[in-house]
Design a protein around this ligand. Sequence first.
Ligand code: ZN
Length: 154
Amino acid sequence: MSELRDLYQEIILDHNKRPRNFGKPAHPTHEARGDNPLCGDKVTVYLTVENGLVKEAAFEGRGCAISTASASLMTESVKGKPVAEVQALFHRFHDMMTGNAPDAAGIDELDKLQVLSGVREYPMRVKCATLSWHTLTAALEGGATTVSTEAPGD
Ligand code: ZN
């Protein structure tokens, strides 16, 4: 189990050092900003949605290793997926991070996002990992353009 832990750690550090899909794309159709004041993480998520499909996902921002790695892993996971699937994936991810064990199908679907499962042992860090996902949801809904982990009801 500790070997798996180390491997997870390595993947997180790699995504922090070399974030994937980093930078603002030319013509995003959706975007939102997220703020986690408890840690100082800030992220902007950019999406290009066409015909109900998330064609492109990218992000910018700065924050701790967990928030950067989580945003990087998120963009890789949602790219090419239908919006409804992305929303379902967010719920599974949120469940995993808040300690509800996903079913077998959920584990398959979470795939490499599972590297972040160890974060739930550090409650302060959970918001670092979920920030980019809340921001993604805000971007998809197109309502609020800025979300905060400290907003009421979170
Ligand atoms: Zn953080």
